[in-house]
Design a binder for this molecule. Structure first.
Ligand code: F6P
Length: 505
């Protein structure tokens, strides 16, 4: 760590700790100061960080840390398409997929999108016969983004009914088969590498299902979404149905690329385009705004404060909107796979918590399951609430009113606490939360929310000096599974006995 970064951390740690109540009492303008509204085509959102422990002193100290960490240079390098993913020696060009980036990367993205657009339109026009269902096969970043966006945007009125299958457990694929008519079903094989064992095994079984069902040309029903187009062609998919994306787009950052094909198929191209536009609006804000006024950076200041200074091992995210029910799971991969690292880009061990465990769920369900711990447990958990002013339902407005009342009440209760007549009824309070209140859950908002969190994750990584764009931690388990498969290699006694019990050898 540089001397300047060390000094900034000392400053951060030296900031007096005040309760949330005291912070509000001391500053009548706190809400305005610590919240901000961002806008995009057709809407926007309020990002309220006032119920966190950030104050002016902490913001200044974190701004010093950002400067010492070369935040501005690293952010510019990201958008310029420099090789910011140092361990894999490549750029991280996901923002270029939505039009923010180096000229060359944006041009390439536009050409690839054009190709995807043509295929999506052709399918909608019936060029591949009647298509009512799409079984989208992919895992991790090749599944979570499409799943989240389709769940948020295409509840009842999807143009094509999409079933995302990720798990290798055959039950998942069988469940999709049960809902689809093979004669009107397309298969999308989504894999950046086109080698992932779960995806390729599921793809093979889907092809066999089409064959068994008497489909004359099963390969003619398959579309590939990949950064390894030649592998898809070698696998048997016609080049016209291979939608490539660049190697420089990371898996968990890939829904903007051809991995977003099922989104466009389900909701239509213009809606998919609106997802990209919402993300672009956040790119512009993140790229052009300095210091504390940069909202993803400010959110990262709070993240770092809770994880690195107050030792919070987890952070929780609750979507008070069924349309965003998958958002916490999406963030889990984005944040934990990006920042669950233990060394800096120079290979030096990081002494503080890097990524806390991201977890969460949907409100109000979670209130009746896990909020007890948030209010009275022994650990401090910073919470994010995400809610929408406009409802997703058309029932009695009482539903949405009660939903929002509960969301706001939880943040207020966590902060205020309450003295009980006996210890068991005591709420300590002073527990932090942030609230993102969107106008509505429309395509641009979904794009904006995801891009906000991508940049927040990146900002966290810069403040820690780590590389958020590799994921070597997932490789060892895969290699051992292969060794079990081939019967090669020596394992510990416990693993050997499990292999024997399941008769895998
Ligand atoms: O196992 C981790 C991972 O590499 C993720 O980063 C990625 O999103 C997922 O596997 C799927 O990989 P692929 O798209 O290459 O099949």
């Amino acid at each position: 760590m540089s001397e300047a970064a060390g000094a900034a951390w000392q400053k951060i740690e030296g900031c007096p700790r005040q309760t949330l109540g005291a912070l509000f009492d001391a500053d009548p303008a706190r809400v305005e100061k610590f919240s901000g509204r961002l806008e995009w085509e057709g809407g926007g959102a309020l990002f309220d960080w006032s119920k966190t422990h950030l104050d002016d002193a902490l913001l200044s100290a974190f701004e010093a840390l950002a400067e010492a960490s070369e935040f501005t240079r690293k952010r510019d390098a990201l958008f310029a398409g420099e090789r910011v993913n140092v361990t894999e020696d490549r750029a991280a060009d996901h923002a270029a997929q939505r039009g923010t980036g180096s000229e060359a990367a944006v041009e390439e993205a536009e050409a690839l999108h054009q190709r995807m657009h043509i295929l999506v339109d052709a399918i909608h026009r019936g060029a591949l016969g009647e298509v009512r269902h799409l079984i989208h096969i992919g895992i991790g970043g090749s599944a979570l983004g499409p799943k989240l966006a389709i769940d948020a945007l295409a509840r009842e009125d999807a143009l094509v009914d999409v079933h995302v299958v990720s798990n290798i457990d055959g039950l998942a694929l069988e469940a999709a088969f049960a809902k689809c008519d093979p004669a009107t079903t397309l298969i999308a094989v989504a894999s950046k590498t086109f080698t992932t064992i779960e995806t390729m095994t599921n793809a093979r079984s889907a092809l066999e299902w089409l064959e068994r069902s008497g489909i004359a040309d099963p390969y003619g029903k398959v579309v590939a979404l990949t950064a390894a187009p030649q592998k898809a062609v070698d696998w048997g998919i016609d080049e016209t149905r291979v939608l490539p994306f660049p190697e420089t787009v990371g898996g968990r950052y890939s829904l903007w690329s051809s991995i977003g094909f099922p989104i466009a198929l389900a909701v239509g191209w213009s809606e998919f385009d609106a997802v990209l536009a919402g993300a672009r609006a956040i790119d512009e804000h993140f790229r052009q705004t300095e210091g504390r006024a940069n909202l993803p950076l400010r959110a990262a200041f709070a993240d770092r404060y809770y994880a690195a200074v107050r030792n919070c091992q987890t952070r929780a995210v609750f979507a008070y909107d069924e349309r965003l029910a998958l958002f916490p799971a999406y963030l889990q991969q984005l944040e934990m796979e990006s920042n669950g690292k233990r060394v800096t880009t120079d290979g030096v061990p990081v002494q503080r918590i890097t990524a806390p465990i991201t977890w969460g769920g949907v409100g109000t369900d979670a209130q009746h399951a896990v909020f007890q711990l948030l209010h009275q447990g022994t650990i401090e958990v910073p919470v994010d609430f995400i809610a929408s002013i406009a409802p997703g339902d058309v029932l009695d407005p009482a539903h949405h009113r009660i939903l929002l009342m509960n969301c706001f009440a939880q943040g207020a209760a966590l902060m205020a606490g309450q003295k009980g007549e006996e210890p068991a009824r005591d709420y300590p309070g002073d527990r932090p939360s942030a609230t993102i209140l969107v106008d509505d859950v429309d395509p641009a908002t979904v794009g904006a929310l995801i891009a906000f969190h991508e940049h927040r994750t990146f900002a966290n990584a810069v403040l820690m000096g780590i590389n958020p764009f590799d994921q070597f931690g997932v490789e060892l388990g895969k290699a051992i599974a292969n060794r079990i498969d081939s019967g090669s290699g020596k394992f510990d006694a416990s693993t050997c006995s499990l292999i024997e019990a399941a008769e895998l050898s």
